[in-house]
Design a protein around this ligand. Sequence first.
Ligand code: FAD
Length: 272
Amino acid sequence: MTLPPSSDQRRTRILFPTSAAHAAILAARHQAPYLAGASAAQLSWNKTHLWPEQAVSLHALDELQGCQRTPNYWSIGALARLSELTSHPQLCYELPALQSALLGVGAPGIRHIATLGGNIGFAGDLLPVLLVLDAQLDWRLSDGDIRQGALTDWLKAPPQHGLITCIRIPLPDSEQCVQIEKLASREAFNPPLLNIASSWNWSQPEKTRLAAGGAGLAPRRLSRCEQAFSPDSAPADSLLPLLASDLPELADQPLLQVAANLLLAQRSASRL
Ligand SMILES: Cc1cc2nc3c(=O)[nH]c(=O)nc-3n(C[C@H](O)[C@H](O)[C@H](O)COP(=O)(O)OP(=O)(O)OC[C@H]3O[C@@H](n4cnc5c(N)ncnc54)[C@H](O)[C@@H]3O)c2cc1C
């Protein structure tokens, strides 16, 4: 039975599925959120004073764990903790921009409980870098279907109660240069004003990927801006209108110019 959220946190019942398939069924049946590290979930419930009647704990699901390198990509279980990833030498060596973004999430204590799947579910700070790294997701639906697709498509229409099981990150090629910048008003957790990430490839400009996120901004690829950049021309003059169409929420705000400046600076830095 589905009950409305309660203002009494003691009433939240934690459900313990026996498998990922079972978790997706329970979440849909009870309209219940997932609990991975629970660091973001608790934050928002404390803020709203509304606790769900049920929540589905993913804690014991070993099939969502792990971090392996295959010949073409890194395969990271949704339950991988951020601290586990920052202490993985080969992953950090091959994906240094991901390491920097991971280290920018909260304090060490938070990174020790926070998971990669939870950061995606929370639309957290890792999304821009995952988007420019062209991350792919595997997820389960409550009807038993297993799906695969690009993170960028998942974000456009997140499937209801879809359970992310794995995040796959293609190995960057030697020409690729990934840059990130998190603009926050203070160190403690406060949604950052702006998160900008970019991936540049000077010999294959069609592979340029740009992404943004931040307070009040659903994380997304900046597809108009991507089309406008070429190896020989940075559309400094035309960048603002392009950005405004990618980020209409920022149109007419000073932050739009900041975003444009960050993109141009990242582009220059990628040439060094
Ligand atoms: C003090 C503090 C500082 C923080 N600082 C930052 C910060 O700097 N940057 C930042 O991005 N976040 C920050 N957070 C928020 C949070 O810690 C991170 O976003 C973290 O990565 C969330 O992971 P989690 O496993 O705790 O997610 P949870 O809280 O367990 O879940 C978050 C959401 O994701 C969904 N979810 C979880 N797992 C899955 C899955 N496998 N498939 C589908 N949906 C899923 C849940 O239903 C829920 O809606 C902070 C939190 C605190 C308390």
